[in-house]
Design a protein. Sequence first.
Lengths: 228, 228
Amino acid sequence: MFKPCDCEHCDFRDVVFSTLDDESIRELCQFKEEHSFRKGEIINHEGEKITDFKYLKHGLVKLFRRSPNGDEQIITITRPFEFVSNMSIFSGDRYQYSVAALEDSTVCSVKLEFIKNLFLKNGGFAIGLLTKISKINDKIINQTLDIRQKNLIGRVAFVLLYFTKEIFNSRVFDLPVSRKEIADYIGMSTANVIRTMSDFKKEGIIKVFGKTIEVADIEKLEIISKRG
Amino acid sequence: MFKPCDCEHCDFRDVVFSTLDDESIRELCQFKEEHSFRKGEIINHEGEKITDFKYLKHGLVKLFRRSPNGDEQIITITRPFEFVSNMSIFSGDRYQYSVAALEDSTVCSVKLEFIKNLFLKNGGFAIGLLTKISKINDKIINQTLDIRQKNLIGRVAFVLLYFTKEIFNSRVFDLPVSRKEIADYIGMSTANVIRTMSDFKKEGIIKVFGKTIEVADIEKLEIISKRG
DNA sequence: CGCGGCTTTGATGTTCATCAAGTAAAGTGG
DNA sequence: CCACTTTACTTGATGAACATCAAAGCCGCG
């Protein structure tokens, strides 16, 4: 699973490693591993011991946990650069949440110890990483609160807009999740998610071809999401 | 609003400043200010510019935001040492959330620049603070997900248990929030929060004397909260 | 080609918000 | 300190929103 050392030109360098000089980057490169995950595979498992600092280089993942009742709750769905490892890496020694690949993904991982040593040597790096993690957390909390305050159709509209604008940046896309996963994301029943999407389809707001979705009337979707 | 310099023996020192030597602590002490807030006063206001790193030394606060529709959403209610400033201080230059005192509270504040300089000088401090912030965020996210997955009576039971166990550590306490605030916290209507509490009262699970609550049957409350 | 999982739709009942109207409590100004 | 005003609390009745259940269609995969 190793790859030639190309960290110096990695896109991720600008995201959290911008304060590292070339020497540190080369050192990082020796310690890092790159792993590929197929769609559906688990990247981190809730409860497992944390040994590495991981970041998504390519792909799409969902962050989720199992609720006390055993059903899945999706915390967020995210692309590279928005997602730095699993937040819980600094709060305890075990993962609080699971991460799974929704599309084929590649993940870079570095021993957590190495990152902590960088902290000691390079305060600028520490500030950068703290900023990044804070932003991600704020985004998750805001998203959760936004969803909570909407009704069913508002929530479905929100998810469709999220895929359109944040994830795919396109009005046509292949849904990377099942209907049930959407339900787990927005805290609704699967049947009602499907029903609402059928309604949107009947009203001409979206077009559905199997897993492929086309957002036909994005303005109306925005209105529904806001008013929801 | 200044106080004599006693930072060396402050309880908070163990929480995030444990890695600072006495000299840094004395320096911190010169820069810090201590402010008192009466019950009901706003400590931080959503949207305001962030200049200070603040931590709650004494009291009880709520962290909240105004939803797009204008109604209040309470993110969490917390005591000192669990709450380090407002999380958003590192993610942007303006507060994402407001903080208000639920009881008379005292807050210490230090210029954010001073903290950032400490980061550069002291990596251990950086790790410590990052750990603390991560834990707080994880707690908030977990709490939010826990609440989401419960029904009305489960949520009310959860809040009562939260006050009993986490906030007051006592089965008898004065509710520091209005019924409406509980509703804003758990995402329910005020009328139904009141109704549910009346039901608990009728069933002998709690006793209510004005603002004072006594949890009479904590086991039953636990069961309701879990099953909810 | 048949089995199992995901999806769809309808029917039904529960849960919960909303509205309304009344009561208690807490400020407020004279 | 009392009358007045306002805000918080309470309860019931009603309807809307949503979950659940059930049955059937679809699709991929062995």
